[in-house]
Design a protein around this ligand. Structure first.
Ligand code: HEM
Length: 468
């Protein structure tokens, strides 16, 4: 194209404050303007040392649509305004691609359910969908029942020995078993924690790959971190290879069979299985740990839960059929997911210009949808720092705007495992409350964050059996 042609066809500059595509009047997105926080290097260091804290401070100081000067995709716009989030995920979802941040996910997840853009993604979602319907989840009910029963029996041994244990490590055993059976037909909690470790290391590696200093070290140097990542990859490769073999032998897991027998490309087995493991195992374990942590800290909530479980279950284990009667346990899980959303942010990129909550978003802008910011926004939630399951009482409006609550995302890319995750969480919270009282051995857990929001150093608890 000649320079003259470029000049004649280029769009005329938009009058200031008007989006060139929609023609709507719009403000520029603001962010920190004064040193040191205007400096991308200093901001990136501040962000890396406490990502959720940095994110909330930016929201408090500059609002719910804010420009973050963080590397490597500077500037990135952080969104926690419910109307902006609704437009990105639903109203104008066609204008938002997965974008540059999601490229780092391909390190482990290849081109699959989470990383593909809408066109190619549809086929993958359609193939695995039958394993996530209410009927499919109910058909696997006995697997969850047994896994939860074994978890409680292990905790009973800890209780009798007076031995503290880590809620997060225990929750990972539960989810490695339940997800392993559903996806590849194998209990993946039986390898001394190797699979659980592989999932956590892979998620950390994806987060660090976005902007890690590790990249400054030549790629042939086997740093301890790189050795851990390589080991995690080998573990995941072994699980996927075994899954393929088992499908070929006619004894494959439900999801592995659906993928292997579909028309999806050969590499979809790796991409979609690893995606489902990385998206489902740690997230659900974290929700369980954080929710039980909050229950252990709040005698009032604990007593309400005990009253409900004693009344509904009369000392037996809950099954999927009991969940509709265990409404308070469901509200406790919902509030746990508000206060500690395991996926505390996720990303998109604007394909064309748009206006979000009155702000002009130029084409190509990387976005961080801040679940954490939305869940702690005082304009949306009364006293957001308080753990209060009553917000989720049926018929109540938990937030001013329902798009301010999005632990599972929203729109057509909403989490495929939402129903499965919630059912396991509600069942386990009720089962634990029916049998044990948990107490923390340390006052407060410290939050750390990579892709997920995790308790640094775990959550040490002691269990006491309620009825002996
Ligand atoms: C409490 C547990 C969970 C939480 C908080 C959670 C959260 C989320 C969120 C926020 C998203 C949206 C990401 C985006 O739009 O960019 C998502 C997507 C996804 N989640 Fe979950 N998730 C959970 C459990 C699960 C489980 C159990 C599975 C499967 C076994 C799963 C598999 C997926 C997949 C495959 C996607 C991508 C969906 C798509 O784009 O079609 N998740 N999850």
């Amino acid at each position: 194209m000649t320079e003259a042609h470029e000049r004649t066809t280029a769009a005329p500059p938009a009058p200031e404050g008007v989006c060139p595509v929609t023609g709507a009047r719009a403000k520029q997105v603001e962010g920190p303007t004064s040193f040191p926080l205007s400096s991308p290097v200093i901001s990136t260091v501040a962000y890396a040392s406490d990502p959720p804290g940095y994110s909330l401070r930016a929201q408090q100081n500059h609002g719910t649509v804010v420009k973050l000067p963080i590397l490597p995709h500077n500037p990135t716009v952080q969104l926690s305004a419910p109307d902006a989030i609704r437009r990105v995920l639903q109203g104008n979802a066609d204008n938002y691609a997965r974008g540059a941040y999601y490229e780092a996910f391909e390190l482990f997840m290849g081109q699959g359910l989470l990383t593909l853009d809408d066109g190619d993604w549809r086929g993958h979602r359609k193939v695995v969908n039958p394993a996530f319907t209410p009927n499919a989840i109910a058909a696997r009910g006995a697997q969850s029942d047994e896994a939860v029963a074994d978890l409680l029996d292990r905790w009973a041994e800890h209780a009798r020995a007076g031995r503290p244990f880590d809620l997060f490590a225990e929750s990972m055993k539960l989810t490695c078993r339940v997800m392993g059976l559903a996806l590849v037909g194998k209990d993946l909690s039986q390898d001394g924690g190797e699979f659980a470790q592989a999932v956590s290391v892979a998620l950390e590696a994806i987060f660090k790959n976005v902007g890690s200093l590790d990249k400054a070290i030549p790629s042939f140097v086997p740093t301890p971190y790189r050795r851990r990542v390589a080991r995690a990859r080998r573990t995941l490769e072994r699980v996927v290879a075994e899954a393929a073999q088992n499908v070929d032998l006619g004894v494959g897991g439900e999801v592995a069979t659906l993928i292997r027998e579909s028309d999806l490309p050969e590499d979809a087995l790796w991409a979609d299985l690893v995606t489902l493991f990385l998206a489902g195992v740690e997230t659900t374990a974290l929700s369980l740990s954080w929710t039980l942590y909050e229950v252990a800290r709040d005698a009032g909530v604990r007593e309400r839960l005990e009253e409900e479980t004693d009344r509904v279950l009369r000392g037996r284990m809950p099954t999927a059929q009991d969940l509709s009667e265990l409404g308070y346990a469901g509200m406790v899980v919902d509030e746990g997911l508000r206060m500690h959303p395991p996926v505390w942010q996720f990303t998109r990129e604007a394909i064309g210009d748009d206006v979000l909550a009155g702000h002009h978003i130029p084409a190509g802008t990387p976005l961080l949808v801040s679940v954490y910011g939305a869940h702690y926004n005082p304009e949306q939630w009364e006293d957001p720092e308080r753990f209060d399951p009553e917000r989720f009482r049926p018929g109540a409006s938990p937030a001013q705007d329902r798009s301010a609550y999005l632990p599972f995302g929203g729109g057509r890319r909403q989490c495929i495992g939402k129903r499965m995750g919630l059912a396991l969480l509600q069942q386990t919270v009720a089962a634990v409350s029916g049998r044990f009282r948990l107490s923390l051995t340390r006052d407060a857990a410290r939050e750390g964050a990579f892709i997920t929001l995790f308790p640094k150093g775990g959550i040490q608890v002691k269990a006491e059996e309620r009825h002996r």
